[in-house]
Design a protein around this ligand. Structure first.
Ligand code: FE
Ligand code: CA
Length: 537
C-alpha cells in the first residue's frame, strides 16, 4: 500500500455479494492500493502501465461495440449514485446479445469534467452473464450537489459519456429542486421526442412512474419490438426492454440525468394485482414466475440501487431526500394489491359493484407501515408522493351512475382513505401527489374523501401526460375536482422552492413525428401551506 488515497472506502457492486463473479477493486489512478487490500475480495490485477485501461482477469475481446443500450445513472444520494450499463453488441439477438458466456471486466470512471482529466473515482465491475452483462455500480465518495461525468470501458470499446448529479445532504438548506415526471411510453404508438426535449430542461432528476415498457407487442415498421408476442419468460422480458432501450432519445435522456424509477402494471402485464390479472387464464404459480422474470429484467435494464431480484417478491418502494426541501416517496401500487372488486373477464376493470366498498389492500401492510413511518420522520418542506395510479378519483360514468377504473385507487376506497389520512396529518408538510398511468395530464384537487367534494382538499394531484402511449377517453363533468386536463403527449416539470412549487405541462404538437416541437400547455403553482394549485399561465 503506497500511502493514503483520496478514496479508500469500500467500493461495492450494488447489492453485490462478494463472490468471485463480482470481484471488484480500484484500478488505474487509484491502483496503488492493490487488489489484495480490497474488502470485496477483488481479484483484478493492477492496471496496465500507461494505457489507462487495466488488464484484468475477465478481459474480453469484443468484435462489436457492446454499448448499444447506452449508459444511465439513478437513485442519487448526497455521496453516491448508481451507474448502469449493459453489454450487448447485438441487443435484439436474444440470449446473451452477442456476448460470450463469461464474466467480463468493465472499467468505470467518474470525473468532474467531460474530458476525464479529473477522475475522482474509478474501478472495475464484473459484467456477469447471469445478469445478461448488466452492470450496476454504486459510485460513492462523491460531493453533495455535484455534477459528475461517467463512462465505461471494455477492452478497446468505450461507452458514451454520461452526466449525473448527486443530491443535497439530507437536512441541508436547499433552495431549489427541479425534476421531470414521465410515464407510459408504448414504443409503437409514437416517438420519444419528449425525451429529446428533456435535454433542454435543467433538471436535477427524472422521475419515471411506470409503464416504462408494455407487454403488448405493439411496434411499428419504424419502431419494431421483440418478441412479437406477449412476454412470459425472462428471455422475453429482456428482449422487450432491449427493444425500448435502443431508442436514441431515451438513451440521451438517461445519459444526461439521474432517474428515479417506479414500475406500474405493464412492466409485468396489464392491470395485474399481485398474482392476478384480468380475464385471468393464468394460474397463481405462473403469475409468480412471470413476476420474477419481469422484475429481474426491469432491474437489469435500469439504474436501481437494488439487489439482483431473485423471485417474485421485490421491494422497490422507497424514498429520496433532497436537502431540507423535499422528500419523494415512490409507491408500488401493483405488487401488493388485492384483486380489484367485481373483476370479470374484461381487461379494462371499468365498472362498479357493492364489493367496491369492502376492505381491500392496495399498498399492502408493510408498505403502508413504511410510508407512515417515512412521512412521520420527514422534516422536508415538501412531501412529494410518486403515485403510479390516480388517487383523486375519476368517475367515468355519471353523478347518478358512477363507474370507475377499479384497478386504480378508485377500486380501493378504504385503503385510499387510510392513505389520504396519512397525507392529511398536520405533521406532513405540503403533500403533493405526482401520478402517471392515465395517459393524459391532469390537475386534481384531492379531497380527503374523493367521493365527497365537501371534504377538505388534502393535496393537489399533478398527473404527468404519457410520453407516447395512446390517449384515453377524457373523464366527463361528473368530476368537479378535475381542474384541468391535458389531452396531449409530453411530460410534467416540477420546480420546488421553499415558498412554492411550480408545475408545467410540456406537450408535443404531434407524438407521431420524431421531430415534434414542444410547448407549455399550462403552468400551475402551489404555495407553501395551501394545497390547492393556482393557474399561472
Ligand atoms: Fe400506461
Ligand atoms: Ca399503467
Amino acid at each position: 500500500m503506497a500511502g493514503p488515497l483520496p478514496f479508500t472506502r469500500r467500493r461495492l457492486l450494488v447489492g453485490g455479494a462478494a463472490t468471485a463473479a463480482t470481484a471488484f477493486t480500484a484500478v488505474g489512478g487509484l491502483a496503488s492500493c492493490g487488489g489484495s487490500s480490497d474488502e470485496s475480495g477483488g481479484d483484478a490485477s493492477p492496471g496496465a502501465a500507461g494505457s489507462g485501461v487495466p488488464t484484468t482477469r475477465h478481459a474480453a475481446r469484443l468484435r462489436a461495440d457492446p454499448f448499444t443500450l447506452g449508459v444511465a445513472s439513478g437513485d442519487p444520494l448526497a455521496d453516491r449514485v448508481v451507474l448502469w450499463t449493459r453489454l450487448a453488441p447485438m441487443p435484439l439477438a436474444g440470449g446473451l446479445a452477442g456476448m460470450p458466456d463469461d464474466p467480463v471486466d468493465v472499467v468505470w470512471q467518474v470525473a468532474t469534467d467531460q474530458r476525464f482529466s479529473r477522475v475522482v473515482i474509478e474501478g472495475v465491475a464484473v459484467a456477469d452473464p447471469a445478469n445478461v452483462h448488466a452492470v450496476h455500480v454504486d459510485a460513492d465518495g462523491l460531493d453533495p450537489l455535484g455534477d459528475y461525468f461517467y463512462r465505461f470501458t471494455v477492452g478497446e470499446w468505450r461507452s458514451p459519456v454520461g452526466h449525473t448529479r448527486t443530491a443535497a445532504e439530507p437536512g441541508s438548506r436547499l433552495e431549489q429542486l427541479r425534476l421531470a415526471v414521465l410515464c407510459c411510453q408504448l414504443f409503437g404508438t409514437g416517438y420519444y421526442a419528449a425525451y429529446r426535449h428533456l435535454l433542454d430542461e435543467d433538471l436535477d432528476v427524472v422521475v419515471h412512474l411506470g409503464d416504462y415498457v408494455y407487454e403488448q407487442p405493439i411496434g411499428n415498421p419504424d419502431r419494431p419490438v421483440v418478441p412479437e408476442t406477449v412476454p412470459v419468460s425472462l428471455d422475453d422480458y429482456r428482449l422487450r426492454y432491449a427493444s425500448y432501450r435502443v431508442d436514441a432519445n431515451l438513451q440521451t435522456a438517461h445519459a444526461r440525468y439521474p432517474f428515479l424509477c417506479m414500475w406500474d402494471d405493464h412492466e409485468v402485464v396489464n392491470n395485474y394485482a399481485a398474482d392476478t390479472e384480468p380475464g385471468d387464464s393464468d394460474t397463481t404459480t405462473s403469475m409468480r414466475a412471470r413476476r420474477a422474470a419481469a422484475y429481474r429484467a426491469y432491474w437489469e435494464h435500469l439504474p436501481l440501487r437494488l439487489s439482483p431480484p431473485d423471485g417474485p417478491d421485490v421491494t422497490l418502494y422507497r424514498s429520496a431526500t433532497f436537502g431540507d426541501l423535499a422528500q419523494l416517496y415512490l409507491l408500488d401500487e401493483r405488487q401488493y394489491a388485492d384483486e380489484p372488486p367485481c373483476r370479470d373477464s374484461s381487461v379494462s376493470d371499468l365498472g362498479n359493484c357493492p364489493a367496491r366498498g369492502s376492505e381491500r389492500q392496495y399498498l399492502g401492510d408493510d408498505q403502508d407501515r413504511w410510508l407512515a413511518t417515512a412521512l412521520g420522520e420527514s422534516r422536508a418542506r415538501w412531501n412529494l408522493v410518486g403515485n403510479p395510479t390516480v388517487v383523486a378519483g375519476v368517475n367515468m360514468g355519471s353523478a347518478s351512475n358512477p363507474t370507475y377504473y377499479l384497478e386504480t385507487w378508485d377500486g380501493y376506497p378504504a385503503a385510499r382513505r387510510r392513505f389520504l389520512d396519512r397525507l392529511a396529518d398536520d405533521d406532513v408538510a405540503n403533500p403533493v401527489v405526482l401520478t402517471g398511468d392515465w395517459h393524459e395530464g391532469m390537475v386534481n384537487d384531492v379531497h380527503l374523501d374523493p367521493e365527497d367534494p365537501g371534504t377538505a382538499v388534502v393535496a393537489t394531484e399533478l398527473m404527468a401526460p404519457a410520453v407516447s402511449s395512446p390517449l384515453y377517453d377524457a373523464p366527463g363533468t361528473a368530476n368537479p375536482h378535475i381542474r384541468h386536463q391535458v389531452l396531449r403527449h409530453g411530460y410534467l416539470t416540477v420546480q420546488v422552492e421553499p415558498e412554492r412549487l411550480t408545475a408545467r405541462f410540456r406537450v408535443l404538437d404531434d407524438v407521431g413525428q420524431a421531430d415534434a416541437a414542444i410547448t407549455t400547455d399550462s403552468t400551475w403553482e402551489i404555495s407553501d401551506g395551501n394545497p390547492r394549485a393556482t393557474r399561472r399561465g
